[in-house]
Design a protein around this ligand. Structure first.
Ligand code: CMP
Length: 141
């Protein structure tokens, strides 16, 4: 059993709907430790850096617009096999196809406005944590 860190971002659609507490509670109940927590309004530069792997894709511009529209909440979660377990808990990208019982399955009906992001590898988790917790990505007022 390897203890890992992963990064999640509760996206603008979920923050606007008042789901921050409900979503964080699911990870706490599962047994993950919230190691870091930050509410921020992403700047364009921060969002473009965070999603650098998607640059050039047809949805990139719209994704950046969405992620910078209103505040988000980011958390670093720590626990056994955190990357894989958290990805299982959030479900597939498209909220319409995500099975009930997963976070996207329970809260999302869209492929872009899909409630939550979670890192897909330890390398990405470390990179995404460094982007989000960089003082250049300032906290929301
Ligand atoms: P996320 O897991 O944060 O990773 C990249 C994000 O891009 C994804 O969730 C969605 O919000 C968005 N995304 C992925 N594929 C598409 C798509 N085909 N159309 C629109 N948005 C997408």
């Amino acid at each position: 059993m390897s203890v890992e860190r992963t990064l999640i971002v509760i996206k603008p659609d979920a923050v606007k709907r008042g789901l921050i507490g409900e979503i964080l509670a699911r990870f706490e109940r599962k047994g993950f430790k919230i190691a870091r927590l930050k509410m921020l309004k992403m700047s364009r530069e921060c969002a473009e850096r965070f999603y650098d792997v998607h640059r050039g894709k047809h949805f990139f511009e719209s994704l950046v617009e969405f992620m910078t529209s209103t505040p988000v909440v980011a958390a670093v979660l720590e626990g056994p096999n955190a990357i894989e377990v958290v990805r299982l808990m959030i479900g597939p990208t498209d909220g319409r196809r995500a099975p009930p019982g997963t976070i996207r399955g329970d809260y999302a009906l869209d492929i872009q406005e899909n409630t939550i992001h979670a890192s897909d590898s330890p390398e990405r988790a470390a990179f995404e944590e460094s982007v989000i917790f960089d003082p250049k990505c300032p906290e929301s007022e």
